[in-house]
Structure formats: C-alpha cells, structure tokens
Design a protein around this ligand. Structure first.
Ligand code: HSE
Length: 432
C-alpha cells in the first residue's frame, strides 16, 4: 500500500505547548515527512482566544473557535489535544475517537481520570490514542513501559514527576530558605503558576503516577487512589536535619508491588543523599524503575516546557502517521481483569522522621518512647536539636524503624496529647 501523500493534523489549544508543537510542525516539514512517510499538514487550529488567531506565522484562515470545525473535517486524520484541564478536553477527545480520529494528547488530568474509557473507545473505533507527553514532558516513559520493559514484572517506580516542586525543594535545600520564599522565587521565574496548588499539593504528580502505574502494573489505578501529600509543611530546619542525618528531601511519586497489592503514593521523602534521585536538582524530572529482569533503569530529563513536550507530542504524531501508512492502528492496552489492588495508605510501612517540640526536662523522652512502643513503633535514633532556655523547650528528632502508617498516626495523636509535648512539628517518611 502506498503511503498517503499527506496526513491532516488538527491542533486544539495554542497555548505555550500548542505554540511549541505548531512551531515544530512548521519549522522542519521535510524531516518530519521523512520519518512519517507523509507530509504532516496543519489543517486547523482550535483556539477560543481570538487574539492568538493569525499568530506564530499560522494563516488566519486555519483558525476556528468551534470544536465542530475540527472534529467534522474529513481532511483531518490526527487531532492533537493541548487544551489542558479535564473539561471540555475529555469530551473533545472522546468524540474525536468516536468519529474515527486518531488523538495525541499531553493531558495528564484527562488520561489519569478517564484512562479506561478512552482506551476502550480507541480500541472500539480502531484508532490510536497516544499520550507520551502526559508524564515526564519530553522523557520517553509511556512507550518504554508499554513496549521496551514489557517482559518485566515491574517491582517499583520511584519518581520525581513535578519540576515545580523539585525546583522549590532544591532552593530550600541549597539556600536554607523557607517554603514561602522558595515558592515566590519559582513564581518570579515562571516555574510555578500563579495558582500553584496542583503542583505544591502533589496532585500533578499523582495524576502522572496514576498513568504510569496503570500501565506498569496492568491495573487501573485512579488518581484518587494515589495517596497525596504536598510539600508546604516542610521547613528549612527539616532540610538542615535531613542533611545532618545523610538525607535529601524530595517529593517522590512511589508505586511499589507488594504481592497482590500496589502501593501508590506521592509525598515528601527522606532519601539517602548519595542516591541518584537525591542529586536531581531544579526543574528536572527523573524516574527510577525496578524490573525483575532489567534491574534498575533511570530516565532523566526535562519534564515540562514547550520544546521538550513537543518532542513527545510530535513523535506520537509521527508514530500514528507510520501506523496509518502501514495500515495498522495502535492496539489499546486495557487493564487485565483480576488486576492488583491498591494498598490503603494506613497499611503502608516505611521508616519515619519525626520532629517535635517538647519540654526540656528529665523523663520526657521516656514518656514519648513509651507511647511509640505501645504502638509497636521501634525507635532507631533520637537526637536533641535546639534547646531554648527561656521557654525550657527543646526540639527533638526521632527516627524510627519500619512502622505502619496507621500506628504512626495513632501514636503521634497520643504523643501530641502528652503535657510535655508542645507540638508535633512535622513527620516525613524515609525511603532508603
Ligand atoms: N507543572 C508540571 C511541573 C509540568 O511542574 O512539572 C507539567 O506537567
């Protein structure tokens, strides 16, 4: 079968990423055509902001504000969704698939919340749905998990999947500044959005982990099943103490196989400072995958930005064009029946770092260690940090052996009620 002379592309959303993708499509048409086997022709751009119409050297006549104009255009084979957010992007993608259009999206919220429905639609209507850019920006992850690592039983994923929070944590660690100041700096540099809550609270990373672990463990893992805790409780002193104890603090997305269960969680973590993930600084992302055959594999690179993200988006477009020319369509990989269960966070076991402010007098530690012992929590180290002679209080740090989350929560509640404990200042899980 001869290749199609050209393949029509519809682009939905001409924001920062959409603009980057349009630039790539227009700036190197020959090279892309050589890979795709057909010319990739931008046929329409859906953009509701009319001030963008006619920008970036795209002819004004290609712009529309109507979804119908794209989805009903018989000359468009592949639709790229870069609107972002859940609605109306989800409904648009679903309708594109139902109408026989192949879809490429970078939308982590839609893919994590509607993975099964959209994969089922792609399978039913015999079209491709690709979403490499939805996790890790330009870092190849979806394809490696679906293809190159597929012979493995994936044992664990430890990942830095959010550049904004990694940037903030890096500045807090290196400069000893507090969270609010580091966030302000990230916003000044355009790394954090005006409303950074989805990044800061770990939600963005949870969407990405839900997608990755759904593929890695062949089990639908929904974002609401991912335990999620952000970085705003961390203080400069936590970084200081972590360093003294030989750790770095990172916001990690963790998915771990444990028998018939998968742990899926996003929260700040103490990790050994000599580990590779501890050395990932600034806005970079890194994903450590452990497979039974391959051992540890680490992916590292730019998890955001128009250029890196368009690398993933345009590569997805090319793969679909190649499939169109070969007369094959992408097979959707649906979750297997009888898949794994997500382990409730209360059952998860890790080591813990606890920081508390207590009365500085004899017998205090005995009271606290009794409460912890009563909950079967074994202490590995206690360090008294700063004392304040005026208030006669001291800051203590307790490191535990592996303990169940449920027990730790209960013990901390009880500890907080002790008259000698002024405050439980923070607790952070330790993975090392
Ligand atoms: N806001 C994300 C981050 C990038 O900070 O990594 C887009 O997924």
């Amino acid at each position: 079968m001869a290749n199609k002379e050209s393949i029509g592309i519809g682009l939905m959303g001409l924001g920062v990423i959409g603009g980057g993708v349009a630039k790539v499509l227009m700036s190197k048409p020959e090279a892309l055509a050589r890979e795709a086997g057909s010319r990739l022709v931008l046929k329409k751009v859906l953009e509701i902001d009319r001030s963008k119409h006619g920008t970036l050297g795209i002819e004004r006549s290609l712009f529309t504000t109507e979804f119908r104009d794209i989805v009903e255009d018989p000359g468009i084979d592949i639709i790229i969704e870069l609107i972002g957010g859940e609605h109306p992007a989800f409904e648009y993608i679903r309708e594109c698939l139902q109408r026989g259009k192949h879809v490429v999206t970078a939308n982590k919220e839609v893919m994590s919340k509607h993975w099964t429905e959209l994969q089922t639609a792609a399978d039913r209507y015999k079209v491709s749905l690709r979403y490499e850019a939805s996790v890790g920006g330009g870092i190849p992850l979806i394809a490696p998990f679906q293809e190159d690592l597929v012979a493995n039983d994936i044992r664990a994923i430890y990942a830095i999947l959010n550049g904004t929070t990694n940037y903030i944590l890096t500045r807090m660690a290196k400069e000893g500044i507090d969270f609010a100041e580091a966030l302000r700096k990230a916003q000044e540099l355009g790394y954090a959005e005006a409303d950074p809550s989805k990044d800061i609270d770990g939600i963005d990373a949870a969407y990405k982990l839900a997608i990755l672990s759904t593929i890695a463990f062949s089990t639908e893992i929904r974002p609401e099943q991912v335990y999620c805790e952000g970085i705003s409780r961390l203080q400069a002193r936590d970084f200081r103490y972590a360093r003294e104890l030989g750790y770095a603090i990172k916001l990690l997305a963790i998915a771990k196989r444990a028998g018939q269960y998968v742990e899926a969680r996003v929260h700040p973590v103490f990790i050994a400072e000599e580990s590779l993930l501890a050395k990932v600084d600034g806005v970079y992302n890194a994903i450590n995958v452990e497979g039974d055959l391959v051992g540890n594999v680490i992916f590292y690179g730019q998890g955001a930005g128009p250029s890196a993200t368009s690398s993933a988006v345009v590569s997805d477009v090319i793969k679909i064009a190649q499939d169109i020319n070969r007369g094959t369509v992408g097979r959707a990989r649906l979750p297997q029946p009888g898949g794994l269960k997500v382990k409730p966070m209360s059952e998860v076991e890790t080591r813990y770092y606890m920081r508390m402010n207590v009365a500085d007098r004899a017998g205090v530690l005995a009271q606290i260690s009794k409460v912890l012992g009563d909950h079967n929590i074994s202490i590995s180290a206690v360090i008294q940090k700063e004392s304040d002679p005026t208030t006669q209080t001291a800051e203590i740090v307790i490191m535990t052996h592996p303990s169940k989350e449920e027990a730790v929560r209960a013990a901390l509640k009880e500890t907080e009620r002790l008259a000698v404990v002024k405050e439980i200042s923070n607790f952070v899980r330790v993975e090392a």
